[in-house]
Design a protein around this ligand. Structure first.
Ligand code: UDP
Ligand code: MG
Length: 320
């Protein structure tokens, strides 16, 4: 079995790729580990794919996937994971900012120290302040929310035990949260290794503040989906019940008022014209709707879950 798969997301990195592959090959050949390179071309519009094609003819074991369009780094990594044959999977950026020299030690930490995931930590980081400042804020918040003690969640250089990448799925901007997603899926032995970092040599960064904001919104939806995916009724049902019950309370109050009003000689219309009456109506209808939404979602997930998306660590099956 191949010992290592190196997954590299590529978006317009034609200048870096030849140097990167030569550098990785040098380090890996010296390490004696068997490895494969997996390039995922995320819809590059420069000559990246042509470069990858020519690199694939140069000896090292190269797999490559090319997307029709730019789907983002998460989609590229996810696809790389699905193609990986190695016992350990390492991801690294294509822009020569990460050093392949770290790979053998990352491999060792996974295989010998039993980590599920080891994340690089760019302690000395060579990026402009406009990137490092939001990143520090992001890391602090993520550390607080997740309870995972990492300094640098979003480092492109990470290593995973094979079972981890085969059991997690990422999309959108979720690559920033892979350690969280791994933990939620039961892979909680997460370590960190300080790694060297370099300034970008060619081209420019693809991640501005906008993607950062998207990333934060993703965190909210990722946590939400993680919590309620298996039982959407816990969310919609509760909201629906709250809404319905408040509608009932208002209605009860109105009935009480009506009886009192009639006794005082008021007309029915003077009572049903009140804004409160409409509020009660809306609350009742919204309550029922939310409840039905939850019901529908629950029916859909239970029919999907027959395909089983629980991560099975081990299985004994004498029949096969
Ligand atoms: N990347 C990608 N798809 C994208 C944006 C970036 O595959 O839509 C790749 C990019 O080619 C690089 C890695 O993701 O290999 C990290 O990107 P970048 O260096 O721009 O991020 P930064 O290091 O500035 O955070
Ligand atoms: Mg970079």
């Amino acid at each position: 079995m191949t010992q290592l798969s190196i997954v590299i997301p590529v978006y317009n990195e034609e200048e870096s790729l030849p140097e990167l592959q030569a550098w990785i090959s040098k380090v890996m050949d010296a390490s004696g580990l068997s490895y494969e390179l997996i390039y995922v071309d995320d819809g590059s519009t420069d000559g990246s794919w042509e470069v990858i094609q020519s690199l694939s003819r140069q000896g090292a074991c190269v797999k490559a996937v090319r997307f029709f369009r730019n789907y983002g780094k998460s989609a590229a990594l996810d696809t790389g994971f699905s193609r990986a044959a190695g016992e350990v999977v390492v991801t690294m950026d294509a822009d020569l900012q990460d050093s392949p020299e770290e790979i053998p030690e990352l491999y060792r930490m996974i295989r010998e120290e039993g980590y599920d995931l080891v994340s690089g930590w760019k302690r000395k980081r060579f990026d402009p302040l406009s990137k490092t400042l939001p990143s520090r804020f992001f890391n602090r918040v993520t550390r607080m929310l997740s309870g995972i003690k990492l300094h640098d969640f979003n480092c492109g250089l990470k290593a995973y035990a094979r079972k981890v990448v085969k059991n997690i799925h990422i999309y959108g901007e979720m690559h920033r949260y892979i350690p969280l997603i791994a933990k939620w899926n039961g892979f909680s032995k997460i370590g960190e290794k300080e790694v060297a970092h370099r300034p970008r040599k060619y081209g420019s960064t693809k991640f501005g503040l906008e993607r950062f904001v998207h990333g934060f919104l993703d965190l909210i939806s990722v946590s939400f989906v993680n919590r309620y995916r298996k039982n959407p009724m816990h969310f919609f049902g509760l909201l629906g019940t709250l809404s319905f019950v408040s509608g009932l309370i208002i209605t009860a109050w109105l009935i009480f008022e009506k009886i009192r009003g009639l006794r005082l000689g008021l007309h029915v219309r003077e009572i049903t014209n009140q804004p409160l009456f409409f509020l009660a109506l809306v609350a009742l209808i919204v309550g029922v709707q939310l409840f039905l939404t939850g019901f529908l979602a629950e029916m859909m997930t239970s029919s999907n879950s027959q395909k089983s998306d629980y991560n099975i660590e081990e299985e004994i099956n004498p029949g096969s």
